[in-house]
Write a protein that binds this ligand. Structure first.
Ligand SMILES: Nc1ncnc2c1ncn2[C@@H]1O[C@H](COP(=O)(O)OP(=O)(O)OP(=O)(O)O)[C@@H](O)[C@H]1O
Ligand SMILES: [Mg+2]
Length: 329
């Protein structure tokens, strides 16, 4: 783990955007994608942190953590379903197989929690007992474990649009996926989640819920794409304090982006209008949390890449390309 001073020194250099000498950049909220050829895409995971559907800050080392953690998980789960990862030419970069993303986000939940309008606890607290096509009994409490994990699909909203809740039946009837593909996706998602929970548990963490994206490669294969089991796409709780806190009605200790949302909520900001300016310390602590999650899950020591990122990345990617052409000749 880099020291707090090392993280502080990187703060003004955090990677907010990239402008690589490659055509066709497409910037998502967190990743910049550069098409390489019809079959491959270069994804650069930046340090951008998004919450409340906006970019709030650039957090040092966040991009590297997400990229390396997702790449690590892709390796741990390759036997369950093929994924898009081909190579990691730089700590912040992934060369991936290009896919046609399915227009649904596949969320798997092991617990009833959350405060946003698509969250299970939010709907349950409103009195709903049929949620995403699943039935929920009376008497559940916030942050309680579900009898077994469930899949709760949502539409993948275009920029600005909100994600809509779907049932499994609707995924197929509305034509997002055919029945066979949805079956493949749903079982893969549950298996990936079970693997994730098992590995997280061994490292002292609970994988609470997560979002997967899948797509179709040009040859028709269904691929797991985007990222997996990162603190951006998942909730993680500290395992050893969970039960006692749950009994007392206290919120679990969390290691994910909820930390940032709570800091904003303390300033009475919940997403409407201009967000307040937050002290640098919030972003430095966020960096520490992301790095901690990486180290706990992988059991590796985080090796901070040099800042500024972009010149380093160009160098590493160029070297990787050269190496590739050697292999192909
Ligand atoms: N292998 C792939 N092929 C094609 N598209 C992909 C692949 N993997 C991920 N994507 C898409 O690239 C984007 C990744 O960028 P990022 O995570 O920053 O986006 P995002 O802001 O979450 O995206 P969006 O706003 O589209 O949901 C996502 O839109 C994701 O669906
Ligand atoms: Mg994303």
């Amino acid at each position: 783990m880099p020291s707090f001073d090392q993280i502080r020194a990187a703060l003004p250099l955090a990677l907010a955007e990239t402008n690589l000498p490659l055509p066709g950049k497409r910037a998502g909220k967190v990743r910049d994608a550069y098409p390489l050829d019809g079959e491959r895409v270069l994804f650069v995971t930046t340090d951008r942190l998004s919450a409340f559907d906006r970019i709030l800050a650039a957090v040092p080392f966040k991009g590297q953590v997400l990229n390396q953690l997702a790449a690590w998980w892709f390796e741990q789960t390759r036997d369950i379903i093929p994924n898009h990862a081909l190579a990691v030419p730089d700590p912040n970069a992934l060369v991936a197989r290009a896919a046609q993303p399915f227009r649904v986000e596949v969320i798997v939940r092991g617990f009833i929690t959350g405060v946003t309008t698509t969250a299970l606890w939010y709907r349950y607290a409103l009195g709903e007992r049929e949620i995403y096509g699943h039935h929920f009994p009376e008497g559940l409490r916030k942050n309680q474990a579900l009898p077994s994990p469930i899949v709760t699909p949502t539409t993948k909203g275009d920029a600005g649009a909100h994600d809509e809740r779907l049932t499994s039946a609707q995924v197929v009837s509305a034509g997002y996926l055919d029945a066979k593909a949805w079956d493949t996706v749903q079982s893969a998602a549950l298996e990936l989640f079970a693997r994730g929970q098992k590995i997280a548990r061994q490292t002292g963490l609970i994988l609470v819920d997560t979002k997967y994206e899948f797509g179709r490669a040009p040859d028709g294969t269904i691929l797991l794409i985007d990222e997996m089991h990162t603190p951006d796409s998942s909730r993680f709780w500290q395992a050893d304090t969970y039960a006692a806190r749950f009994e007392q009605g206290d919120e679990p200790e969390n290691f994910d982006k909820e930390f940032v949302r709570l800091a904003y909520a303390k300033q009475n900001y919940r997403g409407d209008g201009e967000p307040p300016t937050m002290p640098d310390d919030l972003w430095l602590q966020t960096a520490e949390r992301y790095i901690t999650i990486y180290e706990m899950l992988t059991g590796k020591t985080f090796a901070p890449g040099a800042y500024p990122v972009e010149p380093r990345l160009v160098k590493n990617f160029t070297a990787w390309l050269k190496d590739q052409s050697k292999i192909e000749i």
